[in-house]
Structure formats: C-alpha cells, structure tokens
Design a protein around this ligand. Structure first.
Ligand code: NOJ
Length: 544
C-alpha cells in the first residue's frame, strides 16, 4: 500500500530567518524554530515546509544557493538542523524542504569554475551562448525588475541563461553530471530525514531553452521521473511538491500517474479563488474546479491562499486582473511584476474577520492539501516600504514585546524591521494575544485544522460540486469509505437561505460553522447562512 500521508496533511511554510531568533543576533535560526514547534503543534500542523536555508548571498531570499550540502551559518549548523529534525519528529511532524535546482547563485563555485575556464568540466553545467540570443529580452519572470534572461559574462566571454535574476544562472539539466548531482543533493537531505521536497520552478527546470540538443535526444520530463524514482528508492513515502504555475492541460504530464510529482500547487485555483473573493461570488472558483484535472490515486493538488511570493494573477484576463487589483490592491505600490500583488491576505480583506474566516474555511475545505504561510494564522500584514516580495516576509509576531518577541537583539540589528504600529502591527496582531482571545483568527484556524484533520473525506475522498441554484454559494460534497461530508460557503455579504437537498442524504449534522449554535438539518429543510457564512456538515443517509 502506498503511504498517502500528504493527502491529509496540514502543511505550514516557514522561512527560518524570519521565524524565531534563539541566538539573539537578530536573525531567525534553527534553534529558535525548534523552540517554537509547540506553536505549530498546538495549531495542528503535520508537515513543515522550509524555505531555502542553505549558504547563499541571499539576493533572492535564499533561492540563490552557493552550497547545496550545508546550512547558512546565520541559521546555525548542520547539527542544529538535525536537532530541529529530531524535535519535529518527536512531535509527529514531517519536514519537506525547498529543492532549488533550476539555477544556482552565480557565486556558486560551479559557476565560478564554469565562467573562468572554457575547458572546465563545470562549463557545460550551465547554458551558454557565444552570441547574444535574439530572444534575450523575452520571458522574464520578474518583469519591471529583470530586463533580460541572458546576461553577458566578461570572464566567460559568453552569454549565460537565467530565467530569474541575473545572479541566478540556470543549470544545464540535459548534462548527465548535473542530473547525477541533483540526485546526490536529494539523497543527502533524505538521509537527514526530510520527507520530500518542494521543487522550485518546475516549468523552467524542464525547459530546454538555449540547450544544444539533438532533436529527440532528451525528454526533459524524464528528469522528473528520475528524481521521483530515486526519492522513492531512498525513502518510501517521500513526496515531490511542484511549484508550477501551469495551465491545467499540462498537469497530467507533471503527475504522470504518481511517477513524477505527488503534488502540484494549484495556482489556477488560487487566482480564481481571489477573483471570487473580489467579486463576492463563487462562480469563478466553481468554474475552475469544474475544469480541474482529477489526479489519480497518488496525485494531489496543493491549495494555498498566500505564500512567500506575490499573489500572481497572471492567468486571469486583463479585465479580471484589473477587477481583482481594484478590490484587493488598488495602490500601485501594492502591485508588482505587471501581474501580482505583494500583499498578505488579512490587509487585502481589510482585516474583516468574517471574510478572513470564510477564506480559511475554504482553504481547508477545497479538495486537496492545504498549505499555510507563516503568520497567516494570526492575520499578519505586509510592509510595503520593503522592496519587491520582501513586503510579505516580515518577522513573525509572537507577542506585544520588544521586537514582537522575535529576537532580543537591538532593533537596529534585526534581519528586517518588525511590522509595528497600525492595525497589523505586532502590538495588535500577535500569537500571545490570540491564544488568549476566544474569537481570534488563531483560535478559528486551529479549530479548522482540527476539523480538517478529522475529516479525511476531504483529503482522501472523491468530491463533487453540489448545485444549490445560486452563484454566490459554493457547496461541495466529499465521500470516502461510505462516509460523506458537505461544506457550504457563502461568498456574498448578504445572508442567504436555500433548501439543502442532496440525493441519498436524509440528515446533515453540523461539524463546524462560522457561528456556534447550529442544529441538524433534515433533507429539504432550509439552510440559513449569514453573509460570508460557512458550514461543514456530516451526512447521514443510506450509504453508497
Ligand atoms: C520560485 C520561488 O517561489 C521564488 O521565491 C524564487 O524567487 C524563484 N522561484 C526563483 O528561485
């Protein structure tokens, strides 16, 4: 039997340097993260995803690596990593880590060797061109900040490919030595106990742009199969989670029936979910779910609201994106890369608790595995004074204490300013206060997590859309091993009432809702929902 733990997992993404500073030098570290695992345990997290923590000049938040086999000294030692792994395992939490092998930092010794000697074995580890390629100014991932995907290197006397910033040179994955090294990196971290990888930038990793290849000599997807096979041999139950903002038509090749990716982040659903929130109707989300490929038994979509990057709305039409911008981030300072918003969820929804709770209930109710970004559980805000995506990466707000309880360093020495003052400043938004407050977002999300964990129908079961005859409401039904659950979400600010009638169900028992008092509903009885209300119901009736 395959181990499908990831289908009912609660994934929580942490940036070590921003979470908790135990050493007191102003930067978060592994010892601090280990100290704060109690918070994640209380929340109900089952899997921690670590953003890159490897040695790096940190010009792209660690996604620019100079050594794949170590821990950046600012976060501790490899020994501290192992201690953290032990502490997480003690609490029954798995750990997955970012695997960033589309590119290395240009400071990486491999690139340094490649650029300085044409005959170096590392030369062919990267993608070069003697002439400036014609398409050099097309296909940038960070338009407005990056103006080319090829840069000239004076030492190499050649152009190198970089789909991201010019300090991130793309690796030549057609080179067998590069592929072997990728597997070795995986083997190293698997040996230290990780349960898999969030694979960075997969569409670019399997792109053959600029590579000198004989037609038909190389199938880029084979890299994904190799990686998956290797991982499964080394560690049963480990997973590959793809960061791939792809059209749905590409998804089957990424999953390949469970032989390549176990999970893919559903960027398509994410963007339409935000359009739904902006419009106050479930229609875009419902339409997207209807078109979403259903991975076979081994595959799973990963759902998220926000992450460490911008909210990318590039797959909406121009008019839809404008609509979302107007509702969620109207100021030019909130927008980025001609397609996205560098905002956290709570300020986007103007701190409106009913909308926030609706959004998180949805996250846990959508078919797939939910992924949280640290700080979401308390509704942290963004700092638009910081450059680019740094806006959404401010230090964790633990308490209304100096430096928000993140660090005892002098404030001037912090890795990044703490969000202070205003509605989302640490004085108003912090863990300590929300632990105490019964109606807090933290308490609501904790309850959602617990309910989701005890509702395996959602992660493991089959799902279908339920037509309740209204555009503003999303109703989903899930069944697994003869048990059935229904969730209902009202996207509109207005209360709604409608009869709840689903074939084969006699009675709906309340599991969870936006309000406490709720009684069972019999077949055909009216369901009354508040504006932005939601409810999860367990169904009784003849079993299928
Ligand atoms: C995707 C990551 O999520 C992003 O933060 C990073 O800048 C790029 N990949 C490049 O690694």
């Amino acid at each position: 039997m395959p181990n499908l733990w990831y289908k009912n997992a609660i994934v929580y993404c942490v940036d070590v340097e921003k979470f908790m500073d135990a050493s007191g030098d102003g930067t978060g570290d592994f010892a601090g993260l280990a100290d704060r695992l109690d918070h994640l345990e209380r929340l109900g997290v089952t899997c921690i995803w670590l953003n890159p923590f490897f040695p790096s000049p940190n010009r792209d938040n660690g996604y620019d690596i100079t050594d794949y086999y170590g821990v950046d000294p600012r976060y501790g030692t490899l020994g501290d990593f192992v201690e953290f792994m032990h502490a997480a395992r003690d609490r029954g939490m798995r750990v997955i880590i970012d695997l960033v092998v589309n590119h290395t930092s240009t400071d990486h010794p491999w690139f340094q060797a490649a650029r300085s000697d044409e005959n170096s074995p590392f030369r062919d580890w990267y993608v070069w061109s003697k002439e400036k390629p014609e398409n050099a100014h097309e296909g940038m991932v960070f338009p407005g900040v990056q103006d080319s995907i090829w840069s000239y290197d004076r030492t190499a006397k050649a152009w190198y490919l970089h789909r991201f910033y010019d300090h991130q040179a793309d690796l030549n994955t057609a080179n067998p030595a590069v592929r072997e090294e990728i597997l070795k990196i995986m083997g190293f971290w698997l040996a230290l106990g990780v349960s898999g990888f969030r694979l960075d930038a997969v569409p670019f990793l399997i792109d053959t742009k600029g590579m000198k290849l004989e037609p038909g000599s190389f199938d880029p997807y084979s890299l994904l199969t190799e990686m998956h096979d290797f991982m499964a041999w080394r560690r049963a139950g480990a997973v590959l989670l793809a960061e791939a903002n792809i059209p749905y038509s590409d998804a089957p090749a990424y999953f390949d029936g469970g032989d390549r990716m176990n999970m893919i982040f559903d960027f398509m659903l994410n963007q339409h979910l935000f359009l739904s929130l902006a419009r106050g109707t479930a229609a875009p989300l419902r339409h997207t779910l209807q078109n979403r490929p259903r991975p076979d038994g081994l595959g799973q979509w990963a759902n998220f609201l926000r992450n460490h990057d911008e909210l990318d709305l590039g797959r909406l039409s121009i008019a839809e994106r404008e609509e979302a911008f107007a509702a969620l981030g109207p100021d030019a300072s909130m927008q980025i890369y001609e397609r996205g918003l560098r905002r956290r969820l709570a300020p986007m929804l103007e701190g409106d608790m009913s909308r926030l709770k609706l959004a998180y209930s949805l996250l846990f109710a959508l078919p797939g595995t939910p992924v949280l970004w640290y700080g979401e559980e308390i509704g942290m805000g963004e700092n638009l004074a910081l450059p680019e995506r740094e806006a959404v990466r401010t230090p964790m707000q633990w308490a209304d204490e100096p430096n928000a309880g993140f660090s005892r360093a002098a404030t001037a020495n912090l890795i990044q300013p703490i969000l202070a003052d205003g509605d989302f400043g640490y004085q108003n938004v912090n863990v300590a206060q929300q632990v105490r407050e019964p109606g807090s977002l933290l308490r609501s999300i904790t309850r959602l997590v617990q309910t989701r964990r005890s509702t395996p129908e959602i992660g493991w079961g089959e799902w279908e859309l339920v037509d309740v005859g209204r555009d503003d409401v999303l109703a989903l039904s899930y069944s697994w091993r003869g048990a059935r659950v229904v969730t209902v979400h009202n996207f509109s600010p207005e209360p709604v009432s409608f009869p709840l009638e689903i074939d084969g169900i006699d009675r709906f028992e309340p599991l969870l809702a936006d309000h406490d008092a709720q009684s069972a509903i019999l077949r055909g009885e009216t369901l009354d929902m508040a504006g932005f209300g939601f409810c999860w119901l367990r169904c009784d009736g003849p079993r299928k």
